[in-house]
Design a protein around this ligand. Structure first.
Ligand code: FAD
Length: 322
């Protein structure tokens, strides 16, 4: 069974992995000359099924709960299982209560425990919510490692290619994100920053609640932090706006003033592909299977959706021979 995977973002790489696991001969093409996708490249890499319940359907938590094990089985050194900490400035305590009511899988930590979990935040917040079972990874490093393992297992990568000839393949899995022809996709623009400072050490993603601009900071190691992200109903991938950058920087500064001295390493923009219900879909059109609409849950939901897409692709061959 020969399968062409179009797109080497998190969806395409996860699909390639699930196809290889089922014994398919897999070729991955991407129009960019590297793996890592477009939206995927700018992701926070949070594997946070319980926190996400604040704004997402229950299905996201149910399906996403298995994602950390999927990533850790394949890339044990890339997954940090240190949980997520959610905090709010004292004046926004009601935001923390609201977040607690809308989510599960957390416990309240007081100022002392908060300081034990993240010494750099000692004395800065009176209480927080600790989602102990959550995890995070560095998306770019994880996707590069996945590519290496896939290549070692015989998967062929054709990078820097836009259009691929598909006739010699039994099935095509379209993971082209916003470029896909699939109906009903919209873009949700996310602006993010990479900051570097030696003045702050964090072990886990911190979400800072705010009624207007909730943000998160994800540690990437060696003093690097991802600060994200805006949620703007737009498919425009133009440069980040000054307002968004100011808001992200303000929020990082509110979390800890040492971010004020940080070096701005990168200002990035990714467009999240989403359907109307913000839930991803695997669909089939002839011999092409589409995996898309991962919205803000690419790293969280790609493993499960990729398994569905791979099973569907393998079914094409079985149906042809059955
Ligand atoms: C700022 C930000 C933060 C996020 N944080 C998180 C997070 O913490 N946790 C989480 O789970 N999710 C997060 N997400 C969501 C996640 O990044 C997306 O859901 C996911 O990246 C979508 O992946 P994808 O593979 O479908 O698309 P993409 O990453 O966009 O990949 C599509 C690929 O298809 C290629 N392509 C397009 N057309 C063609 C063609 N004709 N031929 C060949 N290749 C083609 C493109 O070059 C690209 O590489 C975040 C997103 C953003 C923007």
């Amino acid at each position: 069974m020969k399968v062409l995977v179009m797109g080497a973002g998190v969806a395409g790489l996860a699909a390639a992995w699930e196809l290889r696991r089922r014994g398919a001969h897999v070729t991955v093409v991407d129009r960019q000359d590297r793996v890592g996708g477009t939206a995927s490249w700018f992701a926070g890499g949070m594997l946070a099924p319980w926190c996400e319940r604040e704004s997402a359907d229950e299905k996201v938590t149910e399906i996403g709960a298995a994602a950390t094990d999927w990533w850790a089985d394949i890339l044990p050194d890339r997954v940090e299982r240190n949980g997520t900490l959610v905090v709010a400035p004292a004046r926004d305590g009601s935001e923390l209560d609201r977040f607690a009511r809308r989510t599960a899988g957390h416990r309240t930590v007081d100022e002392t425990e908060l300081g034990e979990l993240e010494p750099v935040l000692s004395g800065r917040f009176r209480r927080g919510l600790f989602f102990e079972a959550e995890a995070h990874l560095d998306p770019r490093a994880a996707m590069r490692s996945l590519q290496m393992l896939l290549a070692r297992s015989g998967c062929i990568f054709r990078l820097g290619e836009d259009v691929a000839e598909t006739d010699s393949f039994d099935a095509v899995v379209d993971c082209t994100g916003m470029a896909s022809p699939v109906d009903g996709l919209r873009g949700v623009r996310g602006e993010m920053l990479l900051l570097r400072t030696s003045g702050i050490r964090l072990s886990r993603p911190i979400r800072l609640l705010h009624p207007r601009i909730p943000v998160y900071v994800v540690p990437r190691g060696e003093g690097l932090f991802m600060v994200g992200a805006t949620m703007i109903e737009s498919a425009a991938d133009s440069s980040a706006s000054a307002r968004s950058v100011m808001e992200l920087l303000n929020a990082a500064y509110a979390l800890h003033p040492a971010f004020g001295d940080a070096e701005i390493v990168e200002i990035g923009v990714g467009v999240r592909p989403a359907f109307a219900d913000n839930f991803p879909r695997v669909s089939r059109h002839g011999d092409t299977i589409s995996l898309n609409g991962l919205y803000r849950h690419g790293f969280l939901l790609a493993p499960a959706l990729a398994a569905d897409a791979a099973a569907m692709a393998m079914g094409i061959r079985e149906a042809a021979h059955g």
